[in-house]
Design a protein around this ligand. Structure first.
Ligand code: TXE
Length: 496
């Protein structure tokens, strides 16, 4: 253990002295330890928040010109673009996701910095209508010190969505990455420093959620908490944050339906489903985890789906030919196994997959699994966060819509049809934050991302995300003569 590299917190523009408590980051593909990171204790967390508060109050970032923030973020984007291979390697090792997925994902991440830099640069205030000789100018100001609690499934992508928006708006940011995959995030500090970000503006602290994350979110000096994670985590954070009047953006779980209509070519429908369901071994919030297939094409669809799913190549994530990598840890394997068992107990039929496998004799892998089941089964209604997918035979459009809307989640949904009118009609009836028509997983920095119901509150991406990192201030100017209010003869003494 002592021979492992240690990556300590990034605080005030440098890697801080290592904490005495550390945690080990494991490669899920072979269970080998990769590095240790700090398990940041309570006192250190509070100290970092206090320092960050001073940095926010004194600047320079919070007071920097928009053009300066733009320049730093665009430079950071170009530095990141030049170092993608290095970051891909880290992401693959700490998440167990296939290198082909991480190459594709990371190649786009600099766009998030460029987009939010652009928003900061073109941000304009407003002048609102007012009665009388009065002008109200609205300006957007940064919030203060914001905490970002990020997950392990897309470590860099999700962190960068949040960091980009918050920095562009002029905030001081404290990121607490997942204890399961913090390494790439801890490396970002030096990159932003090189781009010209003032010291102390981006603080990156590692540790367990139940300790470091909790300590951070309990601090009453924060101005916002932005979390991507589980519902239980959100509830734990929200109960304390509400006492401190700290707003939260939350990106939580999902049970995305993939709605397949008969006008869809079966080959295309199966291709779509494989993509929707098995990217990241099903460990994304928008995994197409319920395939709702119209009965007219159901049998053909299922036959081909079985064949193609069985042919997916599970393997070492570092092998460019690997299509399905590891799941994040042993608990994920156990959760997948439990979902399969319960689905079978409830009468579900395993069409393919269904069990844990290993590639080198070690590591956490689970076969891509398809289970034919009812729309009300445990599998159909609860998030697995793994490659265990429900397929449901549906009798008509109405039933597909009802099932699609029938869970406590409402994050993503896709509709597959060649009938344009049907696509429009169904999309209007589906209750989800993101509806894709003949697509799935499509993401862009400008496209708001976030769910309804138990899937979350607020948005990542787009103007919504940027604005959620700002507060609006009205400055009301009277350019007339103030009337005498205490004059009995005066009429309309007040015009505002
Ligand atoms: O998330 P956790 P886990 C969902 C998905 C998954 C479930 C659990 O449903 O099955 O969450 O996954 C930090 N105070 N998603 O266990 O525990 C933690 O350290 C403050 C959806 O991995 O919620 C990590 O940084 N922070 C998803 C982050 O919260 C706390 C991505 C997420 O961890 C904390 C991941 C606390 N009390 C999971 N407890 C998506 N939307 O993509 C934990 N954390």
């Amino acid at each position: 253990m002592s021979n492992l590299p240690h990556i300590s917190n990034w605080v005030d523009g440098t890697h801080a002295a290592a904490a005495s408590d550390r945690l080990v980051v494991i490669n899920p593909a072979d269970e080998s330890p990769i590095a240790t990171v700090d398990a940041t204790p309570h006192a250190t967390v509070d100290e970092i928040v206090s320092k960050s508060l001073v940095t926010f109050k004194e600047g320079p970032w919070s007071r920097a010109e928009a053009s300066d923030r733009f320049a730093v973020l665009v430079k950071a984007a170009s530095l990141l673009r030049a170092r993608i291979p290095e970051f891909v390697e880290l992401e693959v090792r700490q998440t167990g996701r296939p290198i082909r997925e991480m190459r594709a994902q990371l190649a786009r991440i600099p766009e998030w910095l460029e987009y939010f830099a652009g928003l900061a640069r073109v941000q304009e205030g407003a002048v609102t209508p007012f009665k009388g000789p009065v002008v109200n100018t609205l300006v957007r100001l940064p919030l203060g010190v914001v905490a970002q609690i990020t997950p392990w499934n897309h470590p860099l992508l999700i962190s960068m969505k949040k960091i980009g928006a918050a920095l562009a708006a002029g905030n001081v940011v404290i990121v607490k990455p997942s204890e399961l995959a913090p390494l790439s995030i801890l490396k970002l500090g030096a990159l932003f420093k090189e781009a010209g970000l003032p010291d102390g503006t981006l603080q990156i602290i590692s540790g367990y959620g139940r300790d470091t994350g909790k300590f951070l979110c309990e601090n009453s000096h924060l101005s916002k908490i932005d979390i991507t994670g589980g519902l239980a985590t959100y509830k734990a954070i929200a109960s304390v944050a509400s006492q401190n009047m700290i707003p939260i953006t939350a990106e939580l779980g999902g049970k995305a339906p993939v709605c397949i209509f008969p006008s869809m070519d079966v080959q295309q429908a199966v291709k779509a489903s494989l993509f929707a369901s098995f990217i990241a071994s099903g460990q994304t919030c928008v995994t197409g985890s319920r395939l709702l297939v119209h009965m007219e094409i159901y049998d053909d669809f299922v036959n081909l789906l079985q064949k193609r799913t069985k042919a997916l190549r599970i393997g070492a994530p570092t092998d460019p030919k690997t299509q399905i990598g590891a799941v994040i840890n042993k608990a994920a394997v156990e959760r997948c196994t439990a979902f399969v068992s319960q689905a079978v107990e409830e009468g579900g039929k395993i069409l393919c997959g269904g069990k844990a496998v290993t590639v080198t004799g070690k590591g956490f892998f689970f076969e891509p699994t398809i289970i034919e089941t009812s729309s009300t089964s445990h599998l159909s209604c609860n998030e697995v966060f793994g490659p265990v997918i429900a397929v449901i035979r549906c009798k008509d459009e109405e039933e597909i819509i009802n099932i699609a809307n029938g869970t406590s989640f409402a994050l993503g949904a896709s509709i597959w049809t060649r009938d344009f009118t049907q696509a429009h009609r169904v999309s209007q009836k589906i209750d989800a934050g993101i509806v894709w028509i003949n697509g799935h997983h499509l993401n862009d920095p400008s496209s708001p991302w976030g769910g309804f119901k138990e899937s979350g509150i607020g948005k990542e991406n787009g103007r919504e995300a940027y604005e959620s990192y700002t507060r609006v201030k009205s400055t009301v100017y009277n350019y007339g003569i103030m009337p005498e209010w205490f004059d009995d003869e005066a009429e309309n003494a007040r015009y505002g």
